[in-house]
Design a protein around this ligand. Structure first.
Ligand code: NDP
Length: 451
């Protein structure tokens, strides 16, 4: 469809160096071609061109002082991509790799993910090229305050509601929210992922990892399979990975791996609930390295390699793969090795962890492949539930929120399958997730006229 090809070409020409953004736009728009054929009104209103252009993108200076009195300057970002169906919503990432391309790819993906949750949330994303590793607690606080000193003027409970992402967990949200409250003199649901004592929702920390496993369970059920006695590989050891490991183990699987940016551990005996709690304490409280796990539990540790590289090199077989670390962590050769070793299901806890080549291999080999924008939507869905609880000034129980999360993940799964079938790609979760999310946003944009 030439309209879609033109839009992709235009993005590549206008934003030449934004490779991650090109990757995300190409992946989504390629699957939207049937919508352009079936809905000429969307083409006429230039919905595809409008979709790839953020409402606005801010970059800003974040000056802060370290413990020794040295001044540093980082670059902050907030991309407010699309608010057709609700306030902009999406996480904040603190990582040295952060740049406009990465924030735009994440914000773009967030539009469809948020639409899929069925909750009224638009898409956005933000962050800074700040490296939290090795920083003291006081330095983290000063950085979060410096970041919020500019961000506060762009956000609000009905405008833009940020949350956490890589490098931004409960501690950082606490510092940012505390500072926002101080300078705005208002206690309002402007960030999600807050602590329970000040407006957070139960199950929010667990939601992305749990949700990804619930989604994988739904996918497996379409082939009369489940997690029981399956060997599972998880990558990462942060928020998403920790709760994916916990839930998969609770469902009867044996999870054998975790990693961080330095090393991978393979524990053939399985990461039990106790061992998972050790990882949570190691990463969330002691801020240690995953290699310490191998000393504690006498298992193998591979320095300088991620989970997928280790599985390939060592020829380790897994039934289910849950990439939960970062973008483009799983490439073509690693995908071929997973397929060769009998993997049946790949469900993404992270955003865009599989390269386009890897995705093609999963699809060509008929694996159950659940893209991140559907499979990891449980986090933002529970953020949506946090926003509802904040505006109602009430809080739901752990069981209530978990139940709602499960229902949402089942409904996202069904929407993906239904949309895939409607647009002639039965069983293709990528087409399903993209078209289901897109059609909701596109109809709203059409209703508003040319704005
Ligand atoms: P965290 O910062 O809590 O954890 C990220 C983990 O991935 C860390 O263990 C980190 O290691 C590891 N990691 C980062 N880069 C690499 C790399 N290049 N190679 C190997 N390991 C790496 O982030 P989250 O768990 O919150 O996020 C993980 C992914 O899930 C991201 O893609 C994020 O966008 C996505 N996501 C998160 C949501 C959430 O609710 N938190 C919601 C939806 C998606 P190290 O400790 O060394 O930094």
């Amino acid at each position: 469809m030439s309209v879609i090809n033109d839009t992709i070409a235009r993005v590549k020409q206008m934003d030449r160096d934004q490779v991650e953004f090109h990757q995300a736009v190409t992946e989504v728009l390629e699957t939207l071609k049937p919508t352009a054929e079936r809905h000429p009104e969307l083409v006429k209103a230039k919905i595809y061109d409008r979709l790839v252009e953020p409402e606005r993108a801010m970059t800003f200076r974040v000056p802060w002082m370290d413990d020794k009195g040295n001044v540093h300057v980082n670059r902050g970002f907030r991309v407010q991509f699309n608010n057709a169906i609700g306030p902009f919503k999406g996480g904040i990432r603190f990582h040295p790799s952060v740049n406009l391309s990465i924030i735009k790819f994440l914000g773009f993906e967030q539009i469809f993910k948020n639409a899929l949750t069925t909750l009224p949330m638009g898409g956005g994303k933000g962050g800074a090229d700040f490296d939290p590793k090795g920083k003291s607690d006081a330095e983290i606080m000063r950085f979060c305050q410096a970041f919020m000193r500019e961000l506060f003027r762009h956000i609000g409970p009905d405008t833009d509601v940020p949350a956490g992402d890589i490098g931004v967990g409960g501690r950082e949200i606490g510092y940012m929210y505390g500072y926002y409250k101080k300078i705005q003199n208002t206690h309002t649901g402007v960030l999600t992922g807050k602590g329970l004592e000040y407006g957070g929702s139960l199950i929010r920390p667990e939601a992305t990892g749990y949700g990804a496993v619930y989604f994988a369970a739904e996918m497996l059920a379409t082939r009369s399979l489940d997690f029981k006695n399956k060997v599972v590989a998880v990558s990462g050891s942060g928020n998403v990975a920790q709760y994916a490991i916990e839930k998969a183990t609770q469902m009867g699987a044996k999870v054998i791996s975790a990693c961080d940016s330095n090393a991978t551990i393979i524990d053939e005996k399985g990461i039990s609930q106790d061992k998972c709690r050790y990882i949570m304490d190691l990463k969330n409280n002691r801020r240690g390295r995953i290699s310490e796990y191998s000393d504690e539990y006498s298992c193998t540790c591979y320095e300088g390699e991620n989970v997928w590289e280790v599985l390939k090199k060592q020829g380790i077989k897994v039934d289910i793969a849950l990439p939960c670390a970062t973008q483009n962590e799983l490439g073509k050769e690693e995908a071929e090795s997973l397929v060769k070793n009998g993997c049946i299901c790949v469900t993404e806890g992270a955003n865009m962890p599989s390269t386009p080549d890897a995705v093609k291999i999963f699809q060509d080999n008929k694996l159950l492949y659940g893209p991140g924008k559907a499979a990891n939507a449980g986090g933002v869905a529970t953020s949506g539930l946090e926003m509802s609880q904040n505006s109602l000034k009430m809080s739901w129980t752990r069981e209530e929120v978990d139940q709602r999360l499960l229902i949402i993940m089942k409904s996202i799964h069904k929407s993906c399958l239904d949309a895939a079938e409607t647009y002639g790609k039965k069983g293709d979760y990528v087409t399903g997730a993209n078209t289901a999310g897109f059609m909701k946003v596109a109809r709203a944009m059409l209703a508003y006229g040319i704005v």
